[in-house]
Structures are given as C-alpha cells and as structure tokens.
Design a protein around this ligand. Structure first.
Ligand code: ZN
Length: 289
C-alpha cells in the first residue's frame, strides 16, 4: 500500500474516533447521531492498517475532526462492524433528501486504490440535489491485512444474497461463505442500502482496468465514466471467475430503481488519476435524475 493510501486510511480512522465528540452537530443528518458513536472504540485498530501486523494498537489523542467545516457535510456514521470489530464508516454529504448516491471504495481488501477517490470526494464541491454517501471500506479487515477476503476468509463480493451460490471453501480466494449474506459486512451494507435506497452505487475494484458495458439504464453512465477516465469500456474475458453473489448486482436487483456498477482500476492510481476519477463521479451522478 502506498504512503498516500496509508495516510488516507489513517485519516479515516482518525475521523471515526473524532466523530463521537461531534455528533451534536449532525442534526441535519437525522437519525445518524445515535449510531455514529457506538462502535468508535474499536476503530483504534484501524490505525494499524498501514502495517502487516495488527497485534499492536497505539492509542493516541487525535485532534478534533475538521469534517464539520466541509461544505455540504451532513454527518458520518458507523453502519456496522467487521468480523474483527472494525467500524464500517459512511460519510454523508450534499443535499439531504436529494438523489441518494453511494460510492464504495474497498470491498476486496487488497484492491484499495479507490480510497484515494473517496478521500477527494469527501471535500470536493458537489452539485446541488445529490445526497452522497461515501463508504471508504466495506471490508476494513481485508484492507488492514491487504487481502481480498474478510477476516473469515469470505469473498464479500460473492456473499450477497442475490444469485448466491456456494463457491470454494475457506482459504479459497472466491469462497462465497457459509450461506447468502453470512458475513457481518454484507449484512451491514444490505441494511444500509435498504434504508438509503441509492439510485446509483459505484464500487471500486482492481486490477482489470475497465468498465463493463451494459444495455441497461446505467449503460450511458458507465460509458461516460469510461470516457472521462480513460478506462476501456469493454467486457471482461478469460478470468475463470464465478460471478454469483455480487454486491453491485444485488443493489441493482433488490433496491428499486437502483443503478449499480463496478469500476475496475488498474494496478495503481496516481494522484492526478484519482482526481480524474473523482471528477468523473461528480459528472456521472448528474446524469441520475
Ligand atoms: Zn475486486
């Protein structure tokens, strides 16, 4: 993991801890406040995510978050906890009650360059009318360990209940879990999505370097995103993967009127490219109405 991403992960962890003291400012976020503080203690373990060992966790005094000075800040909350107790954080920005949009930075823990895009989206100017939810890490344990699966060895992107099927066994990279939505991270996202009912959900992955074409309503958004970022807009071939229990598909099928697609980054994402991707997100969300 790059230093930049390590810093992004630290910033995320720091903000989570700090949010427990700023919840009084979140009245615009409605029901966020009660949830936000509950899992903060375990977030200290996230500060070890830039190393390969997680056995030590230094508790430090973290300065107050500056998040509340960000334009359009609506709050932040912990939507659930991972197998190892790390918080799954959602940042909320934009126009409360606007068109809900969700962006997920990391579901495969070792494909975490999307964090840089999320980090930019946390402070960029937003167009009016969009209710933006940023989830840096749906798989914080995998990200901390720099492995694809969660701490139970489950590929979360094979664990969603739509079209779920048994794949592999613990230890296999695409192990789909003991059953549909068996994992706490999957359950947390499902409850969140059912509450937020996003019109568009974006999922960052690596390293296929493409956006898959679609004939559905999200086709033009995918194509535009690919054009803006230079990602090829083409089908994925020859992976040997089994595509069941996919998070993006679950959203598209189970959340009414939801569009949802995967952005496959390349092997890395330099800062200038991260900005291009963040700009592309801002552009395509304005295609949602
Ligand atoms: Zn992936």
């Amino acid at each position: 993991m790059s230093t930049r991403r390590a810093l992004a992960a630290l910033a995320i962890a720091a903000t989570v801890v700090a949010c427990s003291s700023t919840t009084g400012n979140e009245s615009a976020a409605g029901d966020n406040t009660a949830v936000a503080a509950t899992s903060a203690p375990s977030s200290s373990s996230s500060t070890t995510s830039s190393t390969t060992t997680s056995s030590t966790s230094t508790t430090t005094t973290i300065p107050p978050t500056t998040t509340t000075t960000i334009p359009g800040f609506l709050g932040e909350e912990v939507i659930g906890t991972s197998v190892e107790g790390r918080p799954i954080v959602a940042y909320h920005r934009g126009t409360a009650g606007g068109i809900p949009i969700v962006v997920v930075g990391v579901i495969h823990g070792n494909e975490d360059d999307g964090l840089a895009v999320i980090d930019l989206l946390r402070t960029m100017d937003l167009p009016a009318g969009y209710d933006l939810w940023l989830l840096p890490m749906l798989n914080p344990d995998g990200q901390a360990a720099q492995k694809r699966t969660n701490a139970n060895g489950v590929d979360l992107n094979r664990n969603f209940p739509y079209g779920w099927g048994p794949i592999g066994q613990p230890g296999d990279s695409q192990y789909s879990g003991s059953g549909p939505a068996s994992e706490p991270e999957t359950q947390a996202f499902i409850a969140f999505a059912q509450r937020i009912t996003p019109r568009l959900t974006l999922w960052y992955h690596q390293n296929a370097f493409l956006v898959l074409p679609s004939q559905r309503s999200d086709g033009p958004l995918r194509k535009k995103y690919a054009e803006l970022t230079g990602l090829p807009y083409k089908a994925l071939t020859g992976t040997g993967s089994t595509f069941s229990g996919i998070a993006a598909t679950w959203v598209r099928v189970e959340v009414p009127e939801a569009m949802s697609f995967i952005i496959e980054l390349g092997d890395d994402l330099p800062p200038d490219q991260a900005q291009i991707h963040a700009d592309a997100v801002i552009t395509i969300i304005q295609m949602v109405n």
